[in-house]
Design a protein around this ligand. Structure first.
Ligand SMILES: [Zn+2]
Length: 343
């Protein structure tokens, strides 16, 4: 099969031919139709996130099952599928508690510790594939459906993690990014007042379209001060930080109001200081949010199927153009998600 290979960090993609994957016991193989191209996987290419090489990256796939190995039930050739991002075991205490991202026996991630979607075929443990419901037309919108498992489901999970309620004020730091913009969309869907914070002013129009009521330019503003002004000194109910440098986390923590919640996820996830006295006297919470459960993905399938939200994919190119597309992702030029069309 044709595959877009990475031989090591900081190297260009190499279009190569490798043997077609064969489904062993408990495994399945899918023909890849599209695969999302987000910053998470660009971090691997740029050497900012560890992976083993050579590697075929990519996890936000839409595909069709072509073969299943011995002992596999619940999947058959022709099924439209996407993939769960974590190679969770399915059997440990956390997997059995509907907390699969906290799996004790994790095998890593699709497209990092095993080959992913930048190839004509992908082989995964069968339980990692998720079948699309009949209500989603994955053939007509493969790129959009393929990014639900991460770009859309991750923000949905954050709403639950931070217990976002209608009427809450929610600030999203890194709102112009591929997941950040979907977070605006989901927070709006949850009837929150939504504030976008980003350094990329050119993304603000898209942020407003996605649901932001206000936008804060973090390059020319003191973020804490701006959030305090926008809430008339009360502070925001929820800060969701997709950048997670020490500076953004501390600015977010200081902007929390009473019962405020700061959600740490993705990005740099650097150490930071928060005020113990504010946490105590204002009953604030610091929360981490790690990926999503399968149940959350299934709920997002339903939200998309009924038209409540729709994944924002603005740049879809053939697999051969992976390098050019990743240059755009690296420079932060893509609005929403980009994706590669594989077949
Ligand atoms: Zn597990």
């Amino acid at each position: 099969m044709k595959a877009m290979m990475l031989r090591g960090p900081n190297l260009p993609f190499e279009m190569t031919t490798v043997p077609d994957p064969v489904a062993g016991p408990g495994e399945a193989v899918a023909r890849v139709i599209t695969c999302g191209s987000g910053l998470t996987i660009q971090h691997i290419k740029a050497g900012r996130r560890k992976a083993t090489f050579p590697r075929i990256i990519g996890h936000e796939i839409t595909g069709e099952i072509v073969a299943v190995g011995a002992g596999v039930s619940g999947l058959k050739a022709g099924d439209g599928v996407t993939a769960y991002y974590y190679l969770n075991c399915g059997h440990c205490r956390y997997c059995l508690s509907n907390l699969e991202p906290l799996c004790l026996n994790t095998g890593g991630n699709v497209g990092m510790e095993c080959d992913g979607g930048y190839a004509e075929y992908i082989k995964l443990p069968a339980h990692i594939f998720l079948k699309y419901p009949d209500t989603l037309d994955y053939k007509k919108h493969p790129a959009e459906m393929g990014v639900i498992t991460d770009a859309l489901a991750t923000p949905f999970k954050v709403l639950r993690r931070a217990e976002v309620k209608g009427g809450d004020t929610v600030a999203v730091i890194g709102a112009g990014g591929g997941v950040g913009i979907h977070q605006l969309m989901m927070a709006k869907w949850a009837n929150a007042r939504v504030i976008a914070v980003d350094i990329a002013k050119e993304k603000f129009e898209a942020c407003r379209k996605a649901g932001a009521d206000d936008c804060v330019d973090a390059r020319s503003n003191d973020v804490t001060g701006a959030l305090m002004d926008l809430t008339k000194g009360r502070g925001v109910d929820v800060v969701i930080d997709y950048v997670c440098t020490t500076a953004t986390l501390e600015a977010g923590a200081k902007a929390l109001g009473r019962r405020g919640r700061l959600v740490v996820l993705g990005g740099a996830a650097k150490p930071f200081q928060a005020s113990g006295i504010d946490m105590l006297t204002k009953e604030q919470s610091l929360l981490g949010s790690r990926y999503v459960t399968r149940a959350e993905i299934l709920t997002c399938f339903d939200l998309v199927a009924r038209g409540d939200v729709w994944p924002l994919v603005t740049d879809v190119r053939p697999l051969a153009e992976a390098e050019a597309l990743h240059e755009r992702v690296e420079r932060g030029e893509v609005t929403g998600r980009a994706a590669l069309r594989v077949s």
